[in-house]
Design a protein around this ligand. Structure first.
Ligand SMILES: *Cc1c(COP(=O)(O)O)cnc(C)c1O
Length: 368
């Protein structure tokens, strides 16, 4: 059967492996499995949110409030913008989809960093658009600038901080670049890990209301999946000037997040204390990974997120390391499909990380 030709060139997203698969394929006991492959919050969801969802479960027979009034009000408050500047999606993934489909067609060009979030390319190719990438793995604004002038792309993607590498540009440099960009170009600033970056280094912090008022062609994306520990609930959002939001809305199906998701996100915003505690712990634990890497002679990318990317140089092959860890019940992300010999490990809890170091130590010894 024939399908839309543009799909021939669309690759499938490779998600982090689920715990169920490791139980099934390697017979590891579920309680011994540590999943550090999808940058979830290892401390679980705030107990206040869990309780709220249990209370709200009785309302499941009803559609959620399609205006998402309360959630948008809470986000508007947090970011000092209007509700009309906000669109909520089933994960910020869906907002990326809306933005690309609203802006692009087969004649469009999308500019992004060489190694960055895979969904930009996937949604881009669904429209038949051309993908342009910088040469360096990490975000390099000089290269962005040069390619921008050369190709005049319809969209530019800045992942701040970047997944899967963890690096983050300084906001002042981003602003400088944005000054050069034509107002017809839609720039996506993906802030999936902004909470972490802003905590670690003031220079990386993005003030959203300032960003979108200075640059009316920018859409900022946030998610509840990482710092807010709601990956399973699928809630994300985009913030931009009204005209952008109104156009994205034309692609949205009604009730695009669930009654439970909506309640969970609203409640999560009331417990910022929990989020800060998790982030603080995250960076304490990250130090242990940095020390481990130094000790083993790997280089790592300085990370402003809840994961760390270890470059294995020519010492080991990342797919082998990941596979051996998997057999021991530890799920990490091999970055071979991104074209680098590296593994990305979500920073787990103290206890989880201790086990990771022990297992990784043994795996490396065996592979030597
Ligand atoms: C996790 C992530 C997202 C979106 O996640 P959702 O669960 O769809 O909200 C977007 N961008 C980056 C860079 C991410 O790492």
């Amino acid at each position: 059967m024939q399908f839309n030709k543009v799909l021939d060139d669309v690759k499938l997203y490779e998600a982090g492996k689920p715990i169920e698969l490791v139980v099934r394929e390697y017979g590891v006991d579920e309680k011994d499995i540590i999943k550090l492959a999808s940058n979830e919050n290892p401390y679980g969801t705030s107990p206040k949110v869990t309780k709220k969802i249990q209370d709200i479960a009785k309302n499941m027979f009803m559609y959620p409030d399609d205006s998402m009034f309360e959630l948008k009000e809470a986000l508007a408050n947090k970011f000092n913008v209007q509700s009309s500047n906000i669109i909520v999606g089933s994960g910020s993934d869906q907002v990326i989809e809306f933005a690309i489909h609203a802006k692009c067609n087969k004649n469009s060009k999308l500019l992004m960093s060489n190694i960055t979030f895979a969904m930009y390319e996937i949604y881009g190719k669904q429209t038949g658009a051309t993908i342009i990438r910088t040469k360096d793995d990490e975000h390099n604004l000089e290269q962005f600038s040069k390619l921008y002038k050369e190709h005049k792309p319809d969209m530019v993607f800045l992942c701040l901080p970047n997944n899967p590498l963890g690096e983050c540009l300084d906001t002042k440099d981003v602003y400088e670049f944005l000054e050069e960009v034509d107002k017809e170009t839609l720039v996506v600033v993906d802030g999936a890990y902004q909470e972490y970056a802003a905590f670690k280094d003031e220079k990386k912090k993005i003030v959203v209301d300032e960003l979108i008022s200075k640059f009316p062609n920018v859409i900022y994306l946030g998610t509840f999946s990482k710092a807010y520990a709601l990956g399973g609930m699928r809630v994300g959002y985009g913030i931009a000037k009204k005209q952008i939001i109104q156009n994205l809305y034309k692609l949205r199906a009604p009730f695009n997040i669930t009654t439970l998701s909506l309640a969970a996100a609203i409640e999560a915003l009331k417990d910022e204390e929990f989020v800060i505690k998790c982030i603080d712990e995250n960076f304490k634990e990250m130090k242990r990974y940095e020390e481990f890497a130094l000790d083993k002679g790997f280089s790592f990318i300085k990370s402003y997120t809840n994961f760390i990317t270890l470059k294995l140089e020519d010492k080991f092959i990342s797919s082998e390391v990941a596979q051996n860890l998997l057999q021991r019940g530890i799920i990490v992300r091999d970055l071979t499909s991104y074209g680098v010999n590296a593994i990305r490990i979500t920073i787990g809890s103290n206890e989880q990380n201790t086990r990771v170091f022990k297992q990784l130590e043994e795996v490396l010894k065996n592979l030597k």
